[in-house]
Design a protein around this ligand. Structure first.
Ligand code: AMP
Ligand code: MG
Length: 328
């Protein structure tokens, strides 16, 4: 049976136990400041293969390597740029992933056969302590079945992956609640592959203009960037997005309506949920809320679309992909 161990901080003995499991090629789920990660020794191809199997993750979707500091990241790239130095100094530890040309040290399976590697130094004290105790970079995608909701609680990991994980370190709810911003530094200009807690303006202030990833490709089409298939982060319930204030005339089945800032009048039987008009607060809460509504058996979730401004970029991206109907 999967073991779930509460972990109180970086000195908790459970971290040494977890490191021992990783050294043997096992899988350990652990909290980061974004979502829970499913960790394996990032330099052990067999261990990384277990991540793909546990998640049902397509082999075309590479994984992020988590490191303790920029010095460890440099060992994993063939070229570390001045931009990378500036970004790591400003945002690490933190929710920014940098894509750089990989060195020969990075196994092919981590890169999904490609020439680049994605690197991040997480800001959670338990994650950092685990990486240090393991003494190696940890491959750690979100600890959920492929395309499903990301886990913001240890219990989400247990119910999504169950027996496939050797140990789950329970550090309570995650703080940011949305996955890291991914910035590709391998092209002429930095390009955002996935919007996240670090916004485009913050990046541009350091490295000049950044290109944006504009929407995902259609199901079945060749993906322009790995892991960017349209449907992702999806709840079991059907999720529909509506303009603010749209409301609902009538409803059948178990329906929840999520309003932003204000809640319109709703027909009897519809569960109304009010979220604040605050992008960070909604980011922290979003996946947990969708998990709760799934667990409560709702068939349909109607949610108001957030404003178009950059503060909401990451939340809008996750909502768009969570509501995409096609499965690739
Ligand atoms: P997750 O499974 O939520 O941790 O997501 C990891 C994301 O990192 C995936 O969506 C990948 O597309 C992205 N990623 C990992 N490695 C690379 C890479 N070498 N180049 C571009 N994206 C990457
Ligand atoms: Mg994921």
């Amino acid at each position: 049976m999967t073991r779930l161990r509460p972990v109180t901080g970086p000195d908790d003995p459970a971290i040494l136990e977890a490191a021992a499991i990783l050294a043997l090629g096992g899988l350990v789920a652990f909290p980061t400041e974004t979502v829970y990660g499913l960790g394996a020794d990032g330099l052990n191809p067999e261990a990384v293969a277990r991540i793909y199997a546990a998640k049902g993750r397509p082999a075309t979707n590479p994984v992020i390597l988590h490191v303790a500091d920029a010095a460890a990241a440099r060992e994993l790239v063939s070229h570390w740029s001045a931009e990378a130095t500036a970004l790591a100094a400003r945002f690490w530890p933190g929710p920014l992933t940098l894509v750089l040309p990989a060195s020969a040290a990075v196994p092919s399976i981590v890169r999904a056969g490609g020439p680049s590697v994605a690197l991040r130094c997480p800001a959670h004290p338990v994650a950092l302590a685990l990486i240090r105790a393991a003494g190696r970079p940890l491959a750690a995608p979100s600890a959920n079945r492929s395309q499903h909701l990301s886990p913001t609680l240890a219990q989400h990991v247990a119910s999504s992956l169950g027996e496939a994980v050797d140990l789950i370190l329970d550090g309570g709810p995650t703080e940011a609640g949305l996955e890291s911003t991914i910035l590709d530094l391998t092209g002429e200009r930095p390009r955002i592959l996935r919007p996240g807690p670090v916004g485009p303006a913050e990046l541009a202030a350091l490295v000049g203009p950044v290109d944006r990833w504009e929407g995902a490709v259609r199901a079945g089409a060749v993906q322009a960037a790995p892991g960017m298939g349209e449907r992702h982060y999806a709840p079991r319930a059907r999720l529909d997005l509506v303009a603010p204030g749209t409301g609902l005339r009538e409803a059948s089945g178990a329906v929840a309506y999520v309003g932003l800032g204000t809640l319109p009048e709703l027909p009897g039987g519809v569960r109304g949920i009010l979220l604040p008009l605050d992008a960070d607060a909604v980011g922290t809460r979003l996946f947990a809320l969708l998990h709760e509504l799934d667990d409560a058996g709702f068939d349909r979730i109607i949610m108001e679309l957030p404003p178009e401004d950059d503060a909401w970029l990451a939340v809008r991206d996750r909502l768009r992909r969570a509501s995409a109907k096609e499965m690739p």
